[in-house]
Design a protein around this ligand. Structure first.
Ligand code: HEM
Ligand SMILES: [Ca+2]
Length: 732
């Protein structure tokens, strides 16, 4: 069984004492010797006042969700004020009120009605039939422990002393300076794939200025004229880098406020704008409209750019011709960035390259499936291909990526090892696949520490042929239009060693992020990570220690085993108390666990998240008994897929690759093999052949009800798992 970490306790109030919907009171909260009665009238009063302030209009189609979220937050603030509620009561009690019994109900969108179908919806709704919005777009980030807001409702976290925390940039420049250490085992494909799946799972909601429909600018605007969501980051006057340019401010805008499940009251929630499920949403988008724009509607294909065909090379992503300058620095009007299912695609070339590989794989599969099943129409080929591509993402994530990042122990403890054979019957509709805010804002940003300063290109014969600074490539993916560059990046990423996952982050990210062409400075990703954590009310590293079963530090010495002496000293000089350490900073600075790239706190947050993304996904590729289920032979085919297979098939002239492309090649334990080697099997698509009219694999459509039990993966052995210290398992 996965370890039972301390269950989230939202407040110290005994839940049975909280009565809902009594005759007079919507909620009764015990307080001191007495109790607080929150009446429906007081809720309605607070809501009316707040709705005037935010000009809420009545509508149940979701078009008012932004104002409704702000209105409900203000309602909560007014109620907390009126009833003198403390943090525990705000987090533990307010969400228990059934708002459908108050005037709020009229404004809250109804849950969609679900049907059981073969393919996933684009927006992730109806994956969970009882909670149709779980894992879907706009779902709130969930909390592993109660939030930490300065006013218990919404204002960013401050020090437990009551003072402001040190500015995020100060922590970045003292603790997260680049020391340039390399990892000893992983290649650049590890962070590249990590970021790709990050974009499958997570995207925070930007606050837009209604006048410009862009994120507001904060730095060069006087504080009284700033957009209310502005919360720029102060740069100390003696900053080792920005002082050279007289910069004192980094742009930062707080994320948009979101609705809680069923419009519940309580402290500020934020939401995910993509599906948290690993469903290849970065290929297809998270709305039908987006998917339709990407499709050719012929033979199940996605649109692509054929500019390189005359050189005998495969297609690239289609050009972004709508809003061509959005997140794209074009040197001239006739050069375009790329379009894909996720709008962040052009951020840098690692990401673009993987998007290209998945686009090509989609079209390769669609072509084959179309030949094997000539009676399938465009829609059927498209959806069956999408279904396989999502399964690939799950297989590669749990079979290659997570074992390297988390190591064998966490994989086992959280039930993350894939089954060796047979179907899984471990889908559990009670498991919530929404991402924890601590995962989105901190733990999965561990990858920022692994990014190298230079991006290398290698030849297909594995020789280094050139390097470019990462900062020259932000939002400038144009060299992909040169014949052969896709291969040179693919080969580069499988041969270039990644940075170590430690407290150091490359200056390309901490001083030059998104630098404009020819500008000497950009912004700082480490600062953004910490500011984002504070923005979302993410409690401190120390609070998560307690959640993860470690001892909560009372004094600096208690952390001696967790950090190097040097880091600990820096922390003690930077923060007022161990209770203040930002989660992202503490998490990436922790000493890694044996066989893992991360320490126990990030390991625990990621373990929790990836456990729920597996057991809470009804469309998980190993699940049996649903209309979406693959046949068992198909599942076994997918189990053989490795990232190197996709590189071989979708590069232009890649002929050899190491078996595990996220791990450095090694003649003994991770040898380069020819792409035609049986060590890298291709999916046998004959298993997808269907005789006309017969549904693919649902033997008895009545038998949808899955059985629930302990994850059978835990009973199984050790399958295909690799970790830096257990890399020998790779080849077993
Ligand atoms: C050159 C590579 C990368 C760049 C330039 C980059 C940049 C960024 C930026 C600008 C943000 C938004 C920051 C904010 O305002 O909160 C972000 C968020 C994030 N990044 Fe990265 N990142 C990179 C690589 C990675 C990698 C390798 C991972 C994981 C393995 C990762 C995981 C995340 C996650 C989980 C988020 C939050 C979700 C989101 O809003 O996108 N990133 N990154
Ligand atoms: Ca997704």
């Amino acid at each position: 069984q996965p370890p039972q970490f301390q269950k989230p306790s939202f407040g110290r109030l005994p839940q049975q004492q909280l009565q809902q919907s009594g005759p007079k009171c919507a909620l009764v909260v015990p307080k001191g010797n007495g109790e607080i009665c929150i009446t429906q009238e007081s809720i309605n009063r607070a809501f009316n006042r707040a709705s005037k302030e935010f000009r809420l209009i009545e509508s149940r189609d979701g078009s008012n969700s932004e104002q409704l979220a702000e209105t409900l937050l203000e309602t909560s603030r007014l109620l907390a004020l009126e009833h003198k509620m403390e943090a525990d009561e705000i987090h533990g009690a307010l969400p228990l009120i059934d708002v459908f019994k108050t005037s709020i109900g009229r404004f809250c969108q109804k849950q969609p009605k679900c049907e059981v179908k073969r393919f996933r919806t684009y927006d992730g709704t109806c994956n969970n039939l009882d909670n149709p919005n779980w894992g879907a777009i706009s779902a709130p980030f969930r909390r592993l422990i109660p939030p930490d807001y300065a006013d218990d409702i919404s204002l960013p976290r401050i020090s437990v002393t009551g003072d402001q925390l040190p500015t995020a940039r100060y922590i970045s420049s003292t603790i997260h300076r680049d020391l340039g250490f390399h990892d000893h085992a992983v290649t650049v494909f590890l962070p590249a794939f990590g970021q790709l799946i990050d974009h499958d799972m997570a995207s925070g909601a930007e606050t837009k200025d209604p006048r410009t429909n862009a994120e507001p600018k904060c730095c060069d605007v006087s504080p009284d004229r700033r957009h209310p969501a502005c919360w720029p980051i102060d740069i100390p006057s003696n900053d080792p880098f920005y002082s050279l340019f007289g910069r004192r401010c980094l742009e930062f805008v707080r994320s948009a406020t979101g609705l809680k499940d069923k419009c519940k009251l309580g402290s500020r929630s934020t939401f995910n704008t993509v599906t948290s499920f690993l469903d290849a949403s970065f290929v297809y988008g998270t709305a039908k409209d987006t998917a339709n724009k990407l499709r050719t509607f012929r033979a199940g294909w996605l649109k692509s750019n054929s500019a390189l065909r005359n050189l005998g090379l495969k297609d690239l992503l289609p050009a972004r011709t709508e809003n061509p300058d959005e997140n794209c620095k074009r040197p001239s009007q006739d050069l375009f960035c790329f379009e894909a299912g996720d709008s962040r695609v052009n951020q840098q070339v690692m990401l673009v390259t993987l998007h290209v590989i998945f686009l090509r794989e989609h079209n390769r599969l669609a072509a084959e499936l179309g030949k094997i099943n000539p009676h399938w129409d465009d829609e059927r080929v498209f959806q069956e291909t999408r279904h396989i591509v999502a399964a690939y993402v799950q297989q590669i994530t749990y079979n290659e990526f997570l074992p390297m990042v988390l190591g064998k122990d966490i994989m086992e403890d959280y039930g993350l090892l894939l089954n060796r054979d047979g179907y899984s019957s471990d889908y559990n509709p009670k498991v919530n696949p929404n991402l924890p805010v601590s995962f989105f804002a901190a733990a999965f940003r561990f990858g920022h520490s692994v990014i190298p300063s230079q991006i290398e290109q290698w030849s297909v014969t594995h020789k280094h042929v050139g390097s470019r600074r990462l900062s020259e490539l932000f939002n400038r993916p144009f060299d992909m239009y040169q014949g052969g560059v896709t291969d040179r990046y693919i080969s580069g990423f499988m041969n270039q060693v990644a940075q170590a996952a430690d407290d150091a982050v490359t200056e390309e990210l901490t001083n030059h992020l998104f630098a404009e062409p020819l500008k000497s400075f950009g912004t700082d990703l480490a600062s953004l990570n910490m500011q984002r954590g504070r923005d979302h009310g993410v409690p401190s590293y120390n609070a998560y220690r307690a959640f993860c079963g470690l001892r909560r530090a009372r004094q600096w010495n208690d952390l001696a085993g967790s950090f190097t002496n040097e880091t600990l000293q820096k922390y003690s000089r930077t923060y007022a108390t161990p209770d203040d350490i930002d989660l992202w900073s503490g998490g990436i600075s922790e000493r890694p666990m044996p066989g893992s790239m991360v320490g126990p706190v990030f390991g625990c947050i990621m373990g929790e998240t990836f456990k729920n993304l597996r057991y809470g996904d009804r469309f998980w590729f190993e699940n049996g008994g649903w209309p979406n289920s693959f046949t068992i032979d198909q599942v076994n085919e997918i189990r053989k897929i490795k990232l190197s297979r996709l590189l071989c098939d979708n590069g232009d002239r890649i002929e050899t690759a190491q078996v595990y492309s996220m791990v450095l090649p090694d003649p003994q334990i991770n040898p380069r093999v020819p792409c035609k080697s049986s060590v890298l099997p291709r999916l046998n698509l004959e298993l997808w052949r269907e005789s006309k009219g017969k549904p693919n694999n649902v033997k008895n459509p009545q038998q949808f009800a899955p059985s629930f039990g302990p994850p059978s993966s835990l009973a199984g052995g050790f399958n295909n798992v690799s970790t830096p210290t257990t890399i020998l398992f790779l080849m077993s």
